[in-house]
Design a protein around this ligand. Structure first.
Ligand code: ZN
Length: 308
């Protein structure tokens, strides 16, 4: 296993006071970062996710990743011992997206061996730090909201999987999940031909636009995908009236035509004289959103219930 590290000094002007460690477990990559209290990444590392090594292999890999993220000259051992860790997983925790003490992973379609496991407790034992468990979309939404300058904010993430996080009324919202997995807001097809997602939701967006579900070089398929995503954006507008909706994830980032088609179809659907409900933007933090949000939420949670 090789760990890629970058001893970066991107934020020379920002505080080097390390605040927390963020870890983002993905279906393809696991990432870790040291984050300061402004949400700046001070050091980041990543490694290919070892899906065939089970929980023990993943814990070993994450522990090495954290060690590598902390391997910077300005971080002293005594400080490191106090750092909270936010562990973001691509799934649900006790049926929710939020942090819960003593929680277990209940849904993790891409990494099913994590289901029923208190992954954060096992990692905490291994690394000797306080670890908080949360879903990756919760982490990414928290981080993107901080840079979006919007009080009513929605993050729609389309990568291998899809996810949606909503921040309104001063807090992250728990979304209705009648299928037990993805939230109902992600239904993009209500026709009789709608397919059911492994998450339990019929017509779930992931089945139509998740990574590998359509040919991103075929303009007709890209147009259709934009229509599906547009249907979900309309639901989001109707349910939450956000000021901004930030679209992120690998499929959005690597398919510029898709983002343009989403914007175009949105303009075409606007009725004359009607105010634009929300601004649809690209998410700004790319691959860092998960680790930044996980670190910031862990630090936030740690202030409510300190480790020691
Ligand atoms: Zn689904």
């Amino acid at each position: 296993m090789s760990v890629r590290g970058q001893g970066e000094d991107l934020y020379a002007s920002s505080s080097r006071a390390v605040f927390a460690i963020g870890v983002d477990v993905g279906g393809t990559f696991c990432r870790a970062a040291l984050v300061n209290q402004d949400g700046d990444v001070l050091n980041r590392t990543s490694v290919t996710t070892q899906i065939d090594c089970g929980v023990d292999g993943l814990i070993a890999s994450l522990s090495e990743l954290i060690e590598s993220a902390c391997n910077v000259p300005f971080l002293h051992g005594a400080t490191k011992g106090w750092l909270p860790v936010g562990l973001a997983i691509p799934g649900l925790i006790d049926g929710r997206a939020a942090i819960l003490d003593g929680a277990v992973v209940t849904r993790c379609v891409n990494l099913p061996f994590l289901e029923g496991i208190s992954l954060h407790e096992e990692l905490a034992e291994r690394v000797g730090l306080k670890v908080y468990l949360l879903s990756d979309i919760t982490a990414a939404t928290w981080a993107e909201k901080r840079v979006a300058d919007a009080e009513r904010f929605v993050h729609l993430r389309i990568g291998t999987g899809v996810g949606c996080g909503v921040y309104v009324g001063g807090e992250l919202q728990e979304l209705a999940r009648s299928g037990g997995g993805h939230p109902d807001i992600l239904v993009c097809d209500e026709s009789s031909r709608a397919v059911t997602c492994p998450c339990g939701l019929r017509g779930c967006l992931e089945m139509y636009v998740g990574g590998g579900r359509f040919d991103t070089s075929d303009s007709g398929e890209v147009f259709l995908a934009a229509q599906r995503i547009g249907a979900v954006i309309s639901r989001i507008d109707a349910s939450f009236s956000p000021e901004r909706i930030a679209l992120g994830g690998g499929v959005i980032e690597h398919t510029p035509e898709l983002f343009l088609a989403i914007r175009k179809s949105r303009q075409a659907n606007e009725r004359p004289g009607e105010a634009i409900v929300s601004i649809v933007d690209k998410a700004r933090l790319a691959n860092d959103a998960g680790v930044i949000g996980a670190a910031m939420l862990a630090a936030y949670q740690n202030r409510q219930s300190p480790a020691l």
